[in-house]
Design a protein around this ligand. Structure first.
Ligand code: SF4
Length: 354
């Protein structure tokens, strides 16, 4: 059962409450290079990204926020560390949200109450991000110099109390660790203690394959337990991959409607066509299927004529490979046979008709 958290609004995108779990990512461009950043945001949006975060390490980046906030098709969250001046810049620029740690602000120049007042005045929610790599010495010492789940939760609760002491409650929390078990334990424990929306993430999850598995396992365990309101998959790769993986995780759990499902056989000794290559080509050609609201579609790519159509009877369209050819079928019934080179164009034509 989904844990109902407080709802916050990033412009028109709700996070928490009973709203759908959203997919977010972070730009890899230099934020002050506005054109490149907007182009990347557009690509990520097309891939299904619903919220975008940008780093604000310097004054030029803070200045760029206004144009980004105005022109971005999805809510922009400014990621600020330490410099409270940039938090005020971000509010003025009209961003949808700001990621900032109250503990850092307190250490830096103690403008926390002013930040809270400005956030309230502008109706801009904040996010606390507790990271295994930046726990304070006191907490680390108490937990045996290790960023355990309890250490992460304690650090998060310390930050939460700083906001609550300022009578501020419009914020989400993330607890980032690179280890799956620690991540799951930490979010599970925190979820028992607070009702603020939770931003799920396995930080520094690694290269695409490893990071995808780690994120899927951690988010799968948490989301199945009803924990998590927005997700960010962290991959050492193009952020478009993060968005694709994030969407796939949500679709696999039934938390997002799956627009395209490719049912492809694992192949066996009966295989007649290169199913792996055909499937990869189809996946690439249709990677943005569904972004414009196309109806759900199941396509089957099967390795042989003997069992293919029967095994994939509930697919809308499909192909069963033969020697140098493919039987094209619609809902389990073969409608024509085409040479191997014509399989993908034929399937794409059927997708269009569909
Ligand atoms: S569809 Fe044919 S090739 Fe693919 S797994 Fe089934 S029997 Fe083997």
């Amino acid at each position: 059962m989904r844990k109902i958290t407080r709802k916050l609004m990033l412009k028109n995108v709700p996070v928490g409450g009973n709203s759908p779990v959203t997919v977010q990512s972070m730009c890899t461009t230099r934020t002050h290079e506005v054109q490149q950043t907007l182009e990347q945001i557009e690509q990520l949006h097309e891939a299904g990204c619903e919220i975008i975060r940008v780093a604000v390490p310097g004054g030029q980046d803070a200045t760029a926020l206004r144009e980004l906030a105005e022109k971005s098709p999805i809510p922009v969250v400014a990621d600020v560390h330490f410099q409270s001046l940039y938090v005020f810049h971000a509010f003025d620029a009209g961003v949808a949200g700001v990621r900032v740690n109250p503990g850092n602000i307190r250490k830096f120049n103690d403008k926390l109450q002013e930040i809270v007042n400005a956030a309230k005045l502008n109706g801009i929610p904040l996010r606390i991000g507790v990271n295994a790599g930046s726990l304070d010495d006191e907490i680390l010492k108490k937990h045996g110099e290790t960023a355990t789940a309890d250490a992460l939760v304690e650090a998060a609760m310390k930050e939460v109390r700083l906001f609550e002491d300022c009578n501020f409650h419009d914020f989400a929390i993330s607890l980032k660790h690179h280890d799956v078990n620690t991540t799951v334990d930490a979010y599970s424990k925190l979820s028992e203690l607070v009702d603020y929306p939770l931003h799920l993430g396995v930080t520094e999850a690694g290269p695409k394959f490893q990071g995808t598995i780690k994120s899927a396992v951690a988010f799968g365990a948490l989301l199945r337990a009803g924990i998590g309101d927005t997700i960010r998959v962290s991959l050492t790769d193009n952020p478009i991959e993060e968005v694709r993986v994030g969407r796939e995780i949500l679709m696999s759990l039934g938390l997002k409607t799956r627009a395209l499902e490719i049912i492809s056989c694992p192949t066996c000794g009966r295989i007649e066509t290169d199913v792996i290559e055909l499937t990869a080509r189809l996946e690439t050609a249709l990677q943005n299927y569904g972004q414009l609201g196309e109806k759900p579609l199941k396509i089957a790519v099967m390795g042989c004529i003997v069992n293919g159509p029967g095994e994939a009877r509930d697919a809308d369209i499909g192909v069963a490979g033969g020697k140098g050819k493919g039987d094209i079928f619609v809902r389990g019934k073969v409608i024509k046979t085409v040479p191997e080179a014509a399989i993908i164009p034929q399937l794409l034509r059927l997708v269009e008709e569909f």
